[in-house]
Design a binder for this molecule. Structure first.
Ligand SMILES: NC(=O)c1ccc[n+]([C@@H]2O[C@H](COP(=O)([O-])OP(=O)(O)OC[C@H]3O[C@@H](n4cnc5c(N)ncnc54)[C@H](OP(=O)(O)O)[C@@H]3O)[C@@H](O)[C@H]2O)c1
Length: 201
């Protein structure tokens, strides 16, 4: 199985570490071009490579890890997904005048919007509820495994994703469909947003 990440900042790199630690290849991409990721890729080791967003999106499982303001435009430039899995890690936040603000997306959830802009993708929402400091380290703590909530509409995609989370060492918790589950995870009032939970050993 091959992974890709669109966005290679804090979250993209944290997830890339889990991918290579589990023994899978990953292509990382950002907005400035593959050459700017040489150091990041060297740190990750031989399983990591840098590419364009389009190359990263060719993987079987692709993380969307850009800021919200870039997400739909980067997706619109990509071809049909043909059933590949797109894991949406985004939160609808933006920075204006050095302040973090919530972007008003009305009644919809962010992942529904992501799915609209990624035709043919099997979208899973995950990782957005936690600060990177909970995502990046080895999730197997003495007190238990770090819980990752995830939501999606495609049962097979969720099964695949759950198995991967388990391999990375996380405790996966399925919270339902993209709309209902996604709403629980939304940064603007979702009860799971910011909730750090360990599954006891
Ligand atoms: N940080 C957290 O604690 C945290 C936790 C959970 C979820 N999230 C969410 O996860 C997402 C990523 O957060 P982050 O903290 O990792 O952000 P970040 O450090 O700012 O990284 C964003 C990445 O997106 C890339 N990017 C921007 N435009 C792109 C494009 N057109 N094509 C490809 N890549 C592009 C940037 O590349 P360049 O640098 O080249 O512009 C950068 O690598 C956000 O939606 C955030 O809300 C963050």
């Amino acid at each position: 199985m091959r992974f890709g990440t669109i966005g290679a900042g804090v979250i993209g790199q944290a997830l890339a570490h889990h991918v290579v630690n589990a023994g899978y290849p990953i292509t990382l991409s950002n907005s400035r071009g593959p050459h700017t990721l040489a150091g990041v890729v060297a740190d990750l080791g031989p399983l990591a490579s840098a590419g364009t967003a389009a190359q990263a999106a060719e993987a079987d499982i692709v993380f969307l890890a850009t800021q919200w303001r870039a997400a739909t435009a980067v997706l619109d430039a990509l071809p049909h997904w043909n059933g590949r899995v797109l894991v949406d890690t985004t939160n609808t936040l933006d920075v204006v005048d050095d302040k973090v603000i919530r972007v008003d997306i009305g009644d919809r959830t962010s992942s529904e919007i992501v799915a609209e802009h990624a035709p043919g993708a099997r979208v899973v929402k995950a990782f957005n509820t936690l600060y990177a400091s909970y995502i990046a380290p080895d999730p197997r703590h003495e007190a238990g495994r770090q819980v990752i909530f995830y939501a999606g509409d495609d049962a097979d995609a969720k099964t695949t994703f759950s198995a991967i989370l388990d391999e990375f060492g996380f405790a996966p918790v399925d919270i339902g469909a993209l709309r209902e589950g996604g709403r629980l995870m939304q940064v603007d009032g979702g009860p799971l947003s910011g909730l750090h939970v360990l599954e006891q050993n």
